[in-house]
Design a protein around this ligand. Structure first.
Ligand SMILES: [Zn+2]
Length: 84
């Protein structure tokens, strides 16, 4: 299913939330544009990430507790071992 907004679609809120957190683990965001939340789309009825509005509470908690950083390091090691 495609959406007129051309954003990536997630079937459920939970999946979109996973993608949101995964994006923060995978990328290093500056203070500028970064996805902070999840919303249900009026066009396609599925869920997209948004860089506007309030920070998703689960993401906020993970950032505060340093869990995002921890997972970043974990996947960094994973990548390192894969290459050997
Ligand atoms: Zn949509």
């Amino acid at each position: 299913m495609t959406c007129p907004t051309h954003k990536r679609c997630h079937a459920t809120y939970a999946l979109a939330e996973e993608a949101l957190i995964g994006a923060h683990v995978a990328y290093r965001y500056g203070k500028g544009s970064r996805p902070v939340g999840v919303y249900q789309c009026d066009e396609c009825g599925q869920y997209h990430l948004t860089s506007q509005g309030e920070v998703n509470p689960r993401l906020q908690k993970m950032l505060e507790e340093g869990q995002i950083q921890k997972q970043k390091e974990a996947s960094w090691w994973e990548e390192k071992f894969k290459r050997k």
